[in-house]
Design a protein around this ligand. Structure first.
Ligand code: HEC
Length: 142
């Protein structure tokens, strides 16, 4: 009886250690960045990593292919990622900098949904994996 309990305890401990190891190796944000990197490399083998500086340019740049009232990411998100934004309808949007909005970019489905919708509204097309990774790298360092 004692023997069985020990084995059970060991199994639980082992499972807990595995869980800890996985959690420290990669969180949802790192997984997402890694996925975009894999896709960016597949699209362009010369891909040499994401750039927060390019992400900042993308965030602030004005495009003409999307909706007239949202030519830029900063039309809704503030040009200062640590500040709150505002939708065209006047609804407040939490800051997009990871340092001030810790819950951001932890739900891959949410990130993908909004990249798709917002890139279409601003650029008139979906963002590439390279653009998403750059923009995310910028926000994760803000
Ligand atoms: C028309 C307004 C608008 C524009 C323009 C806009 N966004 Fe957004 N964005 C939103 C709203 C609204 C949300 C969802 C609410 C929230 O997450 O606070 C959001 C959420 C996001 C998210 C999800 C964040 C998370 O917490 O997971 C990403 C990523 C994002 N936007 C990227 C962009 C990028 C990149 C651009 C420019 C190409 C852009 N947005 C332009 C309104 C906008």
């Amino acid at each position: 009886m004692k023997h069985r309990t020990n084995r059970k305890t060991a199994a639980i401990l082992f499972a807990a250690m595995l869980g800890l190891a996985t959690a420290s190796l990669a969180g949802p944000r790192e997984d997402l960045v890694a996925q975009y990197a894999t896709a960016a490399k597949a699209a362009a083998p010369a891909f040499a990593g994401f750039s927060a500086a390019r992400g900042q340019t993308l965030h602030q740049q004005k495009f003409s292919g999307g909706k007239a009232d949202s030519p830029s990411c900063t039309s809704c998100h503030s040009s200062d990622p640590r500040a709150a934004g505002r939708s065209p309808a006047g609804k407040a949007i939490d800051p997009v900098a990871a340092s001030v909005s810790p819950a951001r970019y932890t739900d891959p489905a949410k990130v993908e949904k909004w990249f798709k919708r917002n890139c279409n509204e601003v650029l008139g097309r979906e963002c590439s994996a390279n653009e998403k990774g750059d923009w995310l790298s910028y926000m994760l360092t803000q």
